[in-house]
Design a protein around this ligand. Structure first.
Ligand code: NAP
Ligand code: 3JN
Length: 340
């Protein structure tokens, strides 16, 4: 059966994620009948290119979604909270990249390699949430292991690229790097500290329990996507001076015994995963190699010698692609093929 062509709106089209969403729609040949590009009043009138044609960016308003079938949102949580319900009123299904709706029990939180059937839950509110980028690449790697060996506990430390913070942060890393190399004063606007040549153990705001919001997203979203509230997880999220690609050092403890070789074989056929694990030849996942790709790369797979049924691995993925835009478009593809 031919997939129906859809009227697609992209809210936040001028941003780091929005631009990548346009690229993904093109690359994946999404069945677009018409496209509407939305951003703040600051960008109204600007032109972006989609499929070789210039499209004028419009200001996002409550009336932007009339006649639209699907709206891909990446314009921040406040914008999603305000405007997603207007889209839903027009019968337009929202796939939202912010944290605004992720933990709403009436909104599915979807990673297509893990819980594609959850998309059906869009019918209640006409909203589907895209998880946080650090959660997405982690669950793509963890879910096959959980299904085979039951994960009891996860300890994860992230090394997150500045593109996760948006266009201003990408520019800030370049400007600070130039300033440092030229022996000029370093100016800070986006992060509370210099990010060039530095690591900041601080992503999103601190909570009362001492964790950051990013760290708590990793726990709460993982439980919802993997449909298992018994999984214990502790995270430390760190911003590093890398442009594209989040890296994660993940330690897990399982109920059933496993071996590193067994996990390598399992992940070797897991959806969305590419195992890159040949330390003798210096082969392991790297953010510079993952940038521009949609795979979740896993390497350094080894048994944790300090506990029973423990394993360490290193997981890398392009945060703006699989961590945001690609995952969003994959969800929209399921909607287009099976529901709309
Ligand atoms: P960005 O580069 O700063 O872009 C922000 C976009 O939102 C721009 O298009 C901006 O339009 C638009 N925008 C801001 N305020 C708006 C408003 N009041 N009305 C309409 N549009 C507005 O940021 P980004 O990196 O693309 O991220 C955007 C959002 O996506 C984030 O806030 C976050 O919620 C989500 N995100 C999710 C993940 C994930 O882990 N899944 C990763 C990154 C980002 P102007 O150009 O007109 O300012
Ligand atoms: O920092 C990163 O690497 C990912 C950033 C994600 C992000 C940035 C601003 C607001 C989010 C998110 O997706 O969780 C949000 C948000 O809370 O919506």
């Amino acid at each position: 059966m031919a997939v129906k062509e859809l009227n697609v709106a992209v809210a936040g089209a001028t941003g780091a994620v929005g631009r990548q969403m346009l690229a993904c729609l093109e690359e994946r040949n999404f069945p677009v009948k018409s496209i509407r590009l939305l951003a703040s009043s600051r960008s109204a009138g600007r032109k972006l290119t989609f499929r070789g044609r210039e499209v004028v960016v419009e200001e996002l308003t409550k009336d932007s979604f009339a006649g639209m079938d699907v709206a891909l949102f990446s314009a921040g949580g406040g914008t999603s909270t305000t405007f997603a319900p207007f889209a839903a009123e027009h019968g337009c299904v929202v796939v939202d990249n912010s944290s605004a709706w992720r933990m709403d029990p009436d909104v599915p939180l979807v990673v297509p390699e893990v819980n594609p059937d959850a998309v059906a839950g869009y019918k209640t509110r006409h909203i589907i949430a895209n998880p946080n980028c650090s959660t997405i690449q982690m669950v793509v790697a963890l879910n096959p292991i959980h299904r085979a060996y039951r994960i009891k506990r996860v300890v994860v430390s992230t090394y997150q690229a500045v593109s996760g913070t948006g266009m201003k942060a990408i520019k800030e890393l370049t400007a600070q790097t130039r300033a440092r190399l030229d022996d000029k004063p370093v100016e800070k606007a986006v992060y509370p500290h210099q990010i060039a040549f530095n690591c900041l153990p601080h992503i999103d705001v601190f909570q009362e329990n001492g964790y950051t919001r990013e760290e708590m997203k990793m726990l709460n979203e993982t439980r919802k996507i993997m449909a298992d509230d018994t999984i214990r997880l502790t995270a430390t999220t760190v911003r590093v001076p890398v442009y594209h690609g989040h890296s994660e050092s993940i330690n897990i403890e399982t109920e059933k015994p496993m071996t590193a070789d067994g996990v390598k074989a399992l992940l070797g056929t897991a959806p969305g995963v590419k195992v890159l694990d040949d330390p003798e030849n210096n082969i392991y996942p790297l953010p510079v190699d993952a940038a521009g790709s949609d795979w979740t790369y896993v390497g350094r797979i080894r048994e944790d010698e300090s506990i029973e049924n423990g394993l360490n691995m290193w997981v890398v993925s392009d945060n703006i692609r699989k961590g945001a835009a690609t995952n969003t478009v994959q969800i929209a593809e399921i909607l287009a093929a099976e529901y709309l």
